[in-house]
Design a protein around this ligand. Structure first.
Ligand SMILES: Nc1nc2c([nH]c(=O)n2[C@@H]2O[C@H](COP(=O)(O)OP(=O)(O)OP(=O)(O)O)[C@@H](O)[C@H]2O)c(=O)[nH]1
Length: 170
């Protein structure tokens, strides 16, 4: 999408949740808590899915997940969301990083968790697309809130090149 007004502001650094983060979009702006699952296969490939039609940033690639419901923990939300969206039952959840992203439509706190074990075949229950990716990722466009995760992977893996293709770049 070429609408720069729709681009989010990303808090920098540190990209962690703290009391100051609530002020990024105004003193009373509510924070939406989001659980995000980074499924990693034994060969190191990670799962990206495209945002379904009808949601903000439809067609952008992200890690699967969604908003916490009232009373849910991040882990509970992740189990529910990945079952709802992908039809899988996930095993242990390993918390990784927390990041605030200030979108025009929402101020979100993303709880990224790695998941190494799951059961069931992947089913795209929201008619999304999916791709198992290595760096650099081949799909585009990548959701702004997803880009830092690719950089964390790059740091972990000693990958020094561009992690993804920027929309509009040749
Ligand atoms: N699932 C997911 N959401 C992300 C990522 N990065 C990121 O900024 N977000 C943002 O986090 C929020 C998650 O909302 P969502 O629409 O996926 O959640 P949901 O499935 O509960 O949505 P719904 O209530 O419309 O059904 C969106 O504002 C989305 O832009 C990511 O990697 N995965």
């Amino acid at each position: 999408m070429s609408d720069t007004a729709g681009q989010p502001h990303q808090a920098k650094p540190p990209l962690v949740a703290d009391a100051h983060a609530e002020r990024a979009g105004g003193p009373n702006r509510p924070v939406t808590e989001v659980a995000v699952g980074v499924l990693v296969r034994p060969d190191g490939a990670f799962l990206l899915t495209s945002r379904p039609v009808g949601k903000a940033y439809a067609g952008y690639w992200e890690f699967p997940g969604g908003k916490l419901e009232t009373g849910e923990s991040v882990e509970q939300a992740l189990h529910r969301e990945l079952h709802e969206e992908l039809g899988i039952a996930i095993g242990a959840v390993t918390p990784w990083r927390v990041e605030m992203v200030d979108y025009p439509h929402a101020l979100v706190r993303l709880h990224f968790c790695k998941v190494f074990a799951w059961s069931g075949e992947l089913q795209m229950r929201e008619a999304q697309s999916f791709a198992w990716e290595q760096l650099p990722v081949q799909v585009q466009p990548v959701l702004p809130g997803t880009v830092p995760v690719l950089e964390w992977f790059a740091a972990e893996r000693g990958f020094a090149d561009a992690t993804h293709t920027t929309v509009g770049a040749s």
